[in-house]
Design a protein around this ligand. Structure first.
Ligand SMILES: NC(=O)c1ccc[n+]([C@@H]2O[C@H](COP(=O)([O-])OP(=O)(O)OC[C@H]3O[C@@H](n4cnc5c(N)ncnc54)[C@H](O)[C@@H]3O)[C@@H](O)[C@H]2O)c1
Length: 367
């Protein structure tokens, strides 16, 4: 069990380990009411343990499953439910679930009474290592993903690694895509975070969801995310953009495949693409290009697109240029001699090579 501090003002802790859900009550003991936002399946499994730890009156507010539930309609439903129940500004919301619950409950908490406290209790691997930390909250519009949101830091994050045991296999694998990203963010030979070594020696244990090894992996990823968030809380200095390694192509793939690829699967393919693109730009050697392929592959993640007919390079380039995070042209986070950097409009030959590395070939459209 460990605690990682996110060094913001005010600072908050991320508690990682087994049995952590039962600690939520102690942390909200000074609150008058506790609103728990969750989804039916998660509340059924883990709602009682959270509620049993809370002495103040608590109520579970259920929301739907999937991206379509991350909507302004859900925000209205939740906030109206809070109001009917009498939730006040000094009370607290607990987000119990994956990134969909965390992002939605987070935005509801950011807006309700102009902002009330939230405890993030992530129950997916992806939410533990990424979504629950850093205060980014948002819902989707029909026009695009995460278009309406706010920065609203939690007062605490409680990552109970026991909950990972009930995660469906594909959701677990999806979280491993982000784990692979963290492993590749730094010099994997020097391995300053120790994450690469844990992945190398513990691959089987991770895939078998060994609680000790998994807890160690989550903690190391949380440390990286906490450090980056503390250095760039509002995504202004460009540092936090490093967390988007592999994500430029990933976002485009998610749209092109109409979410038949999970986020983590798309990130894994995006990492292979980013490594190859950096190689094509002569920023790194083939050893790095190979590692950007080998680490996602070792975690059982896809390293090329499932059916290449579904996605053309031209179509993906168009989607990448429209990404809301793109500041004009095509921007990629790529490894290089000085670490990760933003690279704009890479040469056509490098793009072609990168597309080929993920199984998209025969593209003369890139000029
Ligand atoms: N705010 C951020 O910084 C940030 C970062 C990354 C991703 N996100 C967002 O996170 C969302 C994706 O989150 P996700 O991958 O956690 O998916 P998710 O929240 O949709 O959860 C996946 C599925 O697993 C179920 N589930 C969750 N925990 C479970 C458990 N312990 N046992 C059994 N089933 C469980 C959920 O009900 C759901 O059906 C996206 O909307 C993405 O935009 C946000």
């Amino acid at each position: 069990m460990s605690v990682v501090t996110v060094g913001l003002d005010p600072a908050y802790d991320v508690a990682v380990g087994p049995g952590r859900l039962a600690e939520i009550g102690a942390f909200v003991a000074d609150r008058r009411r506790v609103a728990i936002v969750s989804q039916a399946g998660i509340a059924e499994r883990y709602g009682d343990v959270v509620r049993a730890s809370i002495t103040a009156p608590s109520e579970v507010f259920l929301m739907g499953d999937g991206e379509h539930a991350k909507s302004l309609t859900t925000i209205e439903d939740l906030c109206r439910g809070f109001a009917r129940w009498g939730l006040l500004r000094g009370d607290v919301v607990v987000a119990l679930g994956g990134g969909v619950v965390g992002d939605t409950a987070g935005f509801a908490a950011a807006s309700y009474h102009r902002g009330i406290s939230i405890v993030q209790a992530p129950t997916t691997l992806l939410a533990m290592v990424d979504a629950a930390i850093g205060g980014k909250t948002a819902v989707n519009l029909p026009e695009g993903k995460n278009l309406v949101g706010a920065f609203h830091q939690p007062i605490r994050v409680v990552a109970d690694t026991d909950t990972l045991q009930s995660l469906p296999p594909r959701e677990f694998r999806s979280g491993l895509g982000e784990v692979a990203k963290y492993a590749l963010m730094y010099d994997v030979v020097a391995d300053p975070t120790g994450l690469v070594d844990v992945l190398r020696t513990g691959t089987t244990a991770i895939l078998d969801r060994d609680p000790t090894v998994l807890g160690d992996v989550v903690e190391r990823c949380v440390r990286i995310k906490a450090e980056v968030v503390a250095a760039d809380p509002f995504e202004r200095s460009g540092l936090r953009a490093q967390l988007n390694l592999g994500h430029t192509l990933a976002h485009a793939l998610e749209i092109a495949y109409e979410h038949r690829l999970t986020h983590g699967e798309a990130v894994a393919i995006g990492l292979v693409f980013a490594g190859a693109l950096a190689g094509g730009c002569e920023r790194v050697g083939t050893d790095v290009v190979d590692r950007f392929q080998a680490i996602p592959a070792s975690l059982g993640l896809p390293t090329d697109v499932p059916d290449p007919e579904s996605a053309t390079a031209a179509g993906l380039l168009d989607l990448m240029a429209r990404d809301k995070k793109a500041s004009g042209g095509l921007t990629f986070v790529l490894p290089g001699p000085d670490g990760l950097e933003l690279v704009e409009d890479p040469p056509a030959a490098a793009l072609r090579y990168a597309f080929e590395s993920v199984g998209i070939t025969g593209e003369d459209a890139i000029t």
